[in-house]
Structure formats: C-alpha cells, structure tokens
Design a protein around this ligand. Structure first.
Ligand code: AP5
Ligand code: MG
Length: 216
C-alpha cells in the first residue's frame, strides 16, 4: 500500500514512518533524507540544494518531482511505500497523482509550540539519519546513535531562523494540501501531540485497519 506521511516540520513524520517501515515492511522514502545524504556525500545534487535547505526554503518542484518519480520506479517500491516529506506543494501532489497515486495520507496534527519544542532538541544520526531528542527520545549513549553508533548532530535547518521560514513555507505551500486530500477522500488525521509511543500505538492500529481493509 502507498502511504504519504504528512505534517508540519517536526510533526514526527520521520519518526513514525521509520516505525511503520519496521512494522509493515514498506520502504521509507524521505525526500529530506535523500537531500541530506547528497549533501553529506557532496554530490552535484547535494551542492545544488545545500543553501536552500539550510535556510529553510523549498527545493524546486521540478527537481524534487523527478527525484521521487525515479525512486518510486525502483523495484523495492513496487508493492508499496511510505513517502515522508513529499508532496509539499500542489504541483507535487498533482504530479504524484499522475504517476503513482497514494492510497492514504497520514496527517500528523501538532501545534506550533510542539514543533519548536521538538526541533530545538532534535539530534540526527550522521550515518543512518535516525532522529533522537535530548528530552523525549535520548540516545542510550550521549552523542551516539543507538542503531549504528554514528555521530549525532544538530541539523542546520533546526536553527531558530530556519525553523521560522520552514513553518511559514508549510503554512503557505503545504497546509493547503489538506483540503485537496480531504476532497479526494485519502486524508487520515492522527493526533501527533502526545509522546512518540502514544502516537505510534494509535497509528499502528489505524494502519493495520487500512491494510486489512485493502486485503479483504
Ligand atoms: P524534511 O527532512 O522533510 O524536514 P521537515 O518537513 O521540516 O520535517 P522534519 O524532518 O523537520 O520533521 P519530522 O516531521 O520528520 O519530525 P521528526 O520525526 O524528525 O525536509 C528538509 C528540507 O528538505 C526542507 O525544508 C526542504 O528544503 C527540503 N525538502 C524536502 N522535501 C521536499 C519537497 N518535497 N519539496 C521541496 N523541498 C523539500 O521529529 C522531530 C523531533 O521530535 C525528533 O527529535 C524526534 O525524536 C521528536 N519526536 C517525534 N515524535 C515525537 C513525539 N510524538 N513526542 C515527542 N518527541 C517526538
Ligand atoms: Mg523528517
């Protein structure tokens, strides 16, 4: 099945999509992670997007759509996928509908206060991209990833000024997609305010039900 994980910066898209990938076996495809991987490796793509991402802006629709289209054509995505961070503009939503329409959009609903609290304490693994939080999800050993032992770092776009720009972009360009998905009947709102374990226990039941209904 094909799920889009949708929501504001810091809503928990990456955290919940990683749990869903482990539980249901669909590949977790995060456009943010693809861009950060390219920046880390210093590829032409990484060099192109670095300044835009660090300032909190959005990468162009043309580039992002092409990248996702190629990724979804890979063999591991044939039986389904979990898209995290895409679509985030009307043009991206329309493009996805034209080449590989989603079944459901999991909309993680959170307040702005939560976003700021979560992003200010986030630590990401440089090697595997897993995210931790200094208060809500601390790693077992400070500064090191529980999964791969990689070094944890603060994302450049988690600085206060970039978070403000990301929230503005979210409100102006991404939030309007909620109306579009409601009209399509694919929107599944999930309360994302409580702890990660509590959000996941609700989401797990919701996804199980949707997957079972598809198989019936
Ligand atoms: P992207 O990486 O997608 O960033 P984002 O949308 O801003 O979202 P985040 O990754 O910041 O938050 P999240 O919702 O994944 O939260 P997380 O699970 O980490 O994109 C980065 C940039 O790439 C964009 O700004 C743009 O420039 C570019 N880009 C990407 N896609 C693009 C596209 N389609 N078009 C154009 N440009 C694009 O959780 C946050 C923190 O909270 C973590 O510390 C976590 O441990 C903690 N946490 C999570 N859930 C909970 C919970 N329930 N309770 C307590 N803590 C929690
Ligand atoms: Mg993320």
């Amino acid at each position: 099945m094909k799920f889009v994980f949708f929501g504001a910066p810091g809503a928990g898209k990456g955290t919940m999509a990683a749990k869903a990938a482990a539980a249901f076996g669909f590949p977790h495809i995060s456009t943010g992670e693809i861009f950060r991987g390219a920046m880390r490796d210093g590829t032409p793509l990484g060099l192109k997007v670095k300044a835009i991402i660090e300032s909190g802006g959005l990468v162009s629709d043309e580039l992002t759509i092409g990248l996702v289209r190629e990724r979804l054509a890979m063999p591991d995505a044939a039986k389904g996928w979990l898209l995290d961070g895409f679509p985030r503009t009307i043009a991206q939503a329309e493009a996805l509908a034209s080449f590989c329409p989603e079944d459901y959009v999991i909309d993680l609903e959170v307040t702005d206060a939560k976003v700021v609290e979560r992003l200010s304490g986030r630590r990401m693994c440089r090697s595997c991209g897993r995210s931790f939080h200094t208060r809500f999800m601390p790693p077992s050993k400070p500064g090191l990833c529980d999964d791969c032992g990689g070094e944890l770092y603060v994302r450049d776009d988690d600085r206060e000024e970039s978070v403000r720009v990301r929230l503005e972009n979210y409100r102006a360009q991404t939030a309007p997609l909620v109306g579009l998905y409601k009209a399509r009947g694919t929107l599944v709102p999930v309360d994302g305010e409580s702890s990660a374990d509590a959000v996941w226990s609700v989401l797990h039941v919701v996804m199980n039900r949707l997957i079972a209904a598809e198989k019936a």
